[in-house]
Design a protein around this ligand. Structure first.
Ligand SMILES: [Zn+2]
Length: 421
């Protein structure tokens, strides 16, 4: 029995013979809240619309830019609210929104230059989940290149201007403000150092080595890998999260692991974009922590994300059992929350934030699981659709598989139609 008070876990007791009359029974397997450590909410509108297209990461990026060009704060709020509601239904209690769509078309500032970021914060509140807004510095269209027409919406022009804007955002009970270096393509080393300094002890994320072309351009210009460049900018330490970390040199894993940084893998997106398979086992052995993100939201299913880390590595390595179900679930819960600055969430223990996700073990996927096999069954065969109940900070957000506030399918329909124009 878990007792909750003021949004936190007050006590945990097992084998309670007669629970108090007010106690709510959670039928099934209850796990800690799941954290989606890497999200670009607006990309949810691309689902099903780019998957069959021929091409690669870069041609997909053109389609994504076409969508980004259409969004304004109202459309973005509606789309993010529905997307975050989909996350809540999948058991996600906290999202890390890697946010770079800051400004109006052409780079014109909105009256409040943080209007788009505030829309993300409002969307998370309305969907009932916590958010870490990872406000991304994005200055260049590529190394040494001016931003193009769409990218001007992302750019503050200089790291100092980025910092002045982000200074106006504030933490709240359900909100943390963090920083992001979009990538070594979009942020030069001096600007990366300025962002890292601004971040202080806050979460600091960056896209790292998602594509071989990014590594080649970085080496050609700076003579080192993106990871080494970011380490040289004093970005890489325990508050740092390298997103993707797919194409690493052997020295990179040592840098990330030695710093006790987090690596956020996004396997369903990395698959969808043909990025490659990141070295999860090698990173963990080097000392890095792991987290998971649904990134472009090709699917939103933390269990699919978790098992993909192991199963994709099996395909690449020819070996089984490189990442245990328990470790994969830890990456999806405590690992992700820590990477987002919520070290007191993602675990069921006294004093932690009361995030509880109950998975029905009576579905056709999970029937037959017993106490010894339940976690492995959930991680390797479960689905977001098996989530029956979600409590975020002591508040019930999903009951019997239905979001209590947001009609997610209906809102996704209308928000995506509006976003696509
Ligand atoms: Zn991303």
């Amino acid at each position: 029995m878990v007792e909750v008070g003021e949004g936190r876990i007050v006590s945990i007791e097992s084998d309670v013979a007669t629970p108090p009359p007010a106690a709510a029974r959670l039928d099934g397997l209850t796990i800690p809240g799941l954290a989606n450590a890497h999200s670009h909410a607006f990309q949810r509108a691309l689902r099903g619309r780019t998957h069959a297209a021929r091409g690669d990461f870069w041609s997909w990026r053109d389609a994504m830019y076409g969508l980004a060009a259409e969004l304004d704060p109202d459309r973005y709020l509606a789309l993010a609210r529905a997307t975050y509601a989909e996350m809540a239904l999948a058991g996600i209690t906290c999202v890390g929104e890697f946010h770079y769509l800051h400004h109006a078309p052409g780079g014109t500032r909105y009256a409040d230059s943080n209007e788009m970021g505030r829309a993300m914060i409002e969307a998370a509140a309305e969907a009932g989940i916590r958010i870490t807004l990872l406000d991304a510095c994005y200055l260049h269209g590529g190394i040494g290149e001016e931003p193009n027409e769409v990218q001007r919406r992302f750019s503050d022009g200089a790291a100092e201007a980025w910092a002045r804007r982000v200074d106006e955002l504030a933490d709240g009970p359900e909100v943390r403000i963090g920083a992001a270096i979009h990538s070594v393509r979009a942020v030069d080393p001096d600007s990366a150092a300025a962002v890292a300094e601004w971040a202080g002890g806050r979460p600091l994320h960056a896209h790292v080595s998602e594509q071989p072309a990014e590594n080649e351009a970085c080496r050609a210009e700076y003579g080192r890998t993106p990871t080494a460049l970011l380490a040289g900018a004093d970005a890489v330490d325990e508050r740092f999260t390298a997103v993707h970390a797919t194409h690493l040199d052997s020295g990179d894993a040592a840098i990330l692991g030695g710093a006790a940084a987090t690596c956020c893998l996004c396997p369903t997106t990395e698959r969808d974009l043909g990025d490659g398979v990141g070295p999860a086992r090698e990173l963990a052995e080097a000392g890095a922590r792991l987290a998971l993100g649904s990134d472009s939201h090709a699917v939103i299913d933390p269990f699919e994300e978790a098992r993909a880390v192991e199963l994709d590595e099996r395909l690449a390595s020819g070996q089984r059992g490189r990442n245990s179900a328990t470790d994969l679930l830890a990456a999806a819960t405590a690992g992700g929350h820590a990477a987002l600055g919520w070290t007191d969430a993602g675990r069921i223990e006294r004093g932690a934030i009361a995030d509880l996700v109950t998975v029905g073990l009576d579905s056709v996927r999970l029937a037959g699981a017993d106490a010894a096999s339940a976690i492995a069954s959930l991680v390797f065969a479960g689905a977001a659709a098996d989530v029956r109940g979600v409590i975020v900070g002591g508040r019930e957000v999903v009951r019997d598989g239905i979001h209590v506030e947001v009609d997610a399918p209906l809102e996704l329909d209308s928000a995506i139609a509006a976003a696509l124009g």
